[in-house]
Design a binder for this molecule. Structure first.
Ligand code: ZN
Length: 546
């Protein structure tokens, strides 16, 4: 008898009965295998958090061990953001945020208060300023900051990440003087006498950045935890991390090892050196149940439009002596892409201006002859494309990884930088789809909020949160609701070689889903922006309830 009992216990321990969970009474929506919309009323997943079945309308409810009442809520796949900077989201949440300031004075007052509230911090670090939004008509200066914080270095990142603003003490610590030359691919903004005025553009940022004290591992863990909460709060369950450093990777690994890694990260190393250090001979395997993988490398080909760093074919309309700042020559770009491709790493190249987009599209065409097969060459942003180059997006499996929210934030600025005549290929989502190209949507958070619902609203309307401009900015470039949802789910997964693992609610994929109060395929843009996320599940586990 006892032996029998022991044997039975052993059998129980050795082979637990598969415990399936059903979430029933939902209004389920997902993108299907062929890009079509699939609707369902229940979802079944197993112990490993993998979907085993969808229940269709009218179908009988399957027998399962656990059942969760969906109470008629809308079930969507977990949102995927195809372009974020995970650690920057976390650090942004921990540092001074100037993105809501509307004037220089307002920003300076915020700096003053932050310095006062944080007396122990050796440096005052922050981000999010934008002199365009302030209507300042010039860059801010070190002197502006000196008047507020003279006794501690201050170092503030511009909203687009492509320029930083220092006070005099920060420049002094970095040894910056009137004799410091502009580095290649960078620019020190100077006053009439040629002295550094306080703003550093693109490759010049590192001149001061290198003396800013590094955060400690525990600061990084804290920042990562913050980032994860921010993302989950927006219903984002997976991201492509665009520019993972070795220490970022170590942070994600620590989170994975301690079970604190909830979201899924498709990582793109910050440059080829980090790629080799993290990946070694090739992309890493998927780690922690499909929560972390190094897929490839992120390369920067130019800067941004706001700081006039984007590389243009013709000079800037509002600064006719510059074409922007190329960060790599065509040869350097090919060498780096080739170095990655030869070991099977995917490349994701930042290209904003029309000249940069042409450069990378030509490089893809050339490299595709040596590196064939399924490469999924990614172009990050692809903001301004010369219409003559658009068709190239339909070839060689190129993927345009674009951020709808940039369009509404940048439209006025893009008009100023380029002039009306050169906007035909600006944020050209529909045109890229029409030539057979693939889109993946993201936010570029923390540059923009990591809110995929706001992103979807813009993608289908080309209007901002106030519904402006009426009828949409260059509205011919809107995409359908279905394409917008795919861009933030299935297509964003595909762009990171994650299809079949997550991004769709289909058998075999991870049960990453949201329960929300409305269906984005049936709602207006302003309604989509107001979507209430009630629950977030990842791998069959509830990770957030509101
Ligand atoms: Zn970015």
């Amino acid at each position: 008898m006892l032996r029998k009992l022991l044997a039975a216990t052993a059998a129980l321990v050795g082979a637990p009965a598969a415990a399936d969970t059903l979430v029933y009474d939902v209004d389920g929506v997902t993108i299907g295998e062929k890009g079509e919309v699939v609707r369902f009323t229940g979802l079944v997943f197993d112990d490993d958090g993998i979907i085993t079945d969808l229940v269709e309308r009218g179908e009988e409810r399957p027998e399962v061990d656990y059942a969760v009442d969906g109470k008629g809520q809308v079930m969507l796949p977990g949102m995927i953001d195809a372009h974020v900077h995970v650690m920057d989201i976390g650090f942004a949440a921990l540092t001074l945020d100037l993105s809501d300031t509307n004037s220089l004075d307002e920003a300076l007052e915020k700096v003053r208060r932050f310095a006062q509230d944080n007396p122990g911090r050796p440096w005052i670090l922050g981000r999010g300023w934008n002199q365009e939004k302030w209507g300042l008509g010039r860059f801010p200066t070190a002197a502006d900051l000196d008047a507020i914080v003279p006794d501690r270095p201050v170092w503030l990142e511009r909203a687009d990440n492509h320029a930083n603003w220092a006070n005099s003490l920060a420049m002094e610590r970095a040894g910056i003087t009137a004799d410091t030359p502009d580095p290649q691919g960078g620019r020190i903004i100077r006053d009439a006498q040629g002295a550094p005025a306080g703003v550093f553009v693109d490759n010049a940022i590192a001149l001061v950045g290198k003396v800013v004290p590094e955060p400690r591992p525990e600061d990084r863990d804290n920042a990562f935890a913050q980032a994860q909460q921010v993302l989950l709060g927006y219903g984002v369950t997976a991201v492509a991390d665009m520019g993972t450093s070795v220490v970022d990777w170590m942070t994600y690994r620590r989170a994975g090892d301690t079970g604190a890694l909830r979201i899924r990260i498709m990582a793109y190393a910050r440059g080829v050196e980090a790629m080799e250090l993290i990946g070694g001979p090739g992309p890493t395997p998927w780690l922690y149940d499909d929560r972390l993988r190094l897929a490839g490398v992120k390369l920067y080909l130019d800067g941004a439009l706001g700081s006039r760093g984007a590389k243009l074919k013709e000079p800037y309309a509002d600064e006719p002596d510059t074409h922007g700042l190329p960060l790599l020559t065509p040869t350097q770009l090919r060498n780096l892409m080739s170095r990655a491709a030869m070991d099977g790493f995917q490349t994701a190249v930042h290209a904003i201006g029309d000249a940069a987009n042409e450069d990378v599209l030509l490089a893809i065409e050339e490299l595709s002859t040596s590196y064939d097969g399924d490469r999924r060459w990614r172009i990050e942003h692809a903001q301004i494309v010369d219409p003559v180059d658009l068709a190239r997006f339909g070839k060689h499996g190129a993927i345009a990884s674009m951020q709808p929210l940039h369009q509404t934030s940048d439209m006025m600025m893009a008009e100023a930088r380029l002039g009306e005549d050169r906007l035909a290929g600006a944020y050209a989502w529909r045109s890229i789809l029409d030539v057979g190209g693939r889109l993946a949507f993201g936010s570029d958070a923390p540059v923009e909020p990591a809110d995929p619902f706001a992103g979807m609203a813009v993608a289908i309307s080309r209007t901002d949160a106030n519904g402006k401009p009426f009828g949409g900015w260059r509205a011919e470039e809107t995409v359908s609701r279905e394409q917008a949802l795919a861009g933030f789910t299935a297509d964003a997964a595909y762009a990171g070689f994650a299809e079949g693992r997550f991004g769709r609610l289909l058998p075999g994929e991870r049960a990453d889903f949201l329960l929300v109060d409305r269906d984005p395929l049936l709602a207006s843009p302003s309604e989509i922006r107001e979507t209430r996320i009630n629950e977030v599940w990842i791998g069959g586990q509830r990770v957030l309830t509101k």
